[in-house]
Design a protein around this ligand. Sequence first.
Ligand SMILES: Nc1ncnc2c1ncn2[C@@H]1O[C@H](COP(=O)(O)OP(=O)(O)OP(=O)(O)O)[C@@H](O)[C@H]1O
Ligand SMILES: CC(C)(CO)[C@@H](O)C(=O)[O-]
Ligand code: BAL
Length: 279
Amino acid sequence: MTAVVRTREELAQARAAAQGSVAVVMTMGALHEGHATLLREARKHADVVLATIFVNPLQFGPNEDLARYPRTFDADVAVCAAEGVDVIFAPTPEVMYPYGQPQVTVHPGPLGEVLEGAVRPGHFAGVLTVVGKLLLLTRPDLAFFGEKDYQQLTLIKAMVHDLELGVEIVGVPTVREADGLALSSRNRYLSEAERRAALALSRALRAGAAERDPGAVLAAARAELTGLDVDYLALRGADLSEDPAGGEARLLVAARLGTTRLIDNLPVHLDGTTEKETA
Ligand SMILES: Nc1ncnc2c1ncn2[C@@H]1O[C@H](COP(=O)(O)OP(=O)(O)OP(=O)(O)O)[C@@H](O)[C@H]1O
Ligand SMILES: CC(C)(CO)[C@@H](O)C(=O)[O-]
Ligand code: BAL
């Protein structure tokens, strides 16, 4: 039986009743198989699974898609129920931000200013602030996040480490459609032609990941992106450090298909070194 709670008081009651280990999966709703996979992982690793559904205004820029972001609450509850979620916390913006725009937010540091952060100024302060608040409100032992938002996952790990928040952050590999497209709530914005064009992102990452030398990785990936409106294609360390040493690195891409912006990334195994970033 999945309970839906909307206020801090209801959440506090549900949290107090939780026995054993607690895992949280934070989402903005419009749930798909990527979210279901996170919920399934959480279910495997904890006695009590809590999901949060909240479209966080603080992480959207003034010209972004906050108003049109898909809201499919009843279907989301059904997904959570099917995955054995115990409690859904679905607050309103007024519950999360009772005093309006918060005066104090979490500063993501230099990693918050590059890649996604360069294109979406203030985005990661908004993400870390709401994730920090939700961690404090839910007090989980474990929290699950997708590798699809790799920079977000890396920054959340850094926040938990630097602020000693005492929760284990677990990354879950990206779930894809059979043709390679990373599942994303924003995929539903795509026209048929845009969806076909969007396949270039995962194709580029696979082409890059087949190489071992940084220059070759980027060249192979870039060749697949011809004609696309690319925000960035970047090769970084697995921790998103600027200098990928030999060994595991990350290849990340973001591009626009019409009015929709998609991101994706894959691990890459390098023989060599040197950071690369191209627009
Ligand atoms: N394809 C996926 N595979 C694994 N995890 C995913 C996938 N898509 C989203 N997630 C994870 O689900 C959590 C909630 O993400 P969110 O609700 O923003 O969904 P989303 O599909 O990423 O939406 P958006 O289109 O807004 O980026 C995040 O930890 C995110 O990384
Ligand atoms: C982590 C998160 C739920 C915070 O709003 C959001 O950024 C997301 O859905 O990835
Ligand atoms: N999936 C990360 C949330 C966002 O794009 O705002």
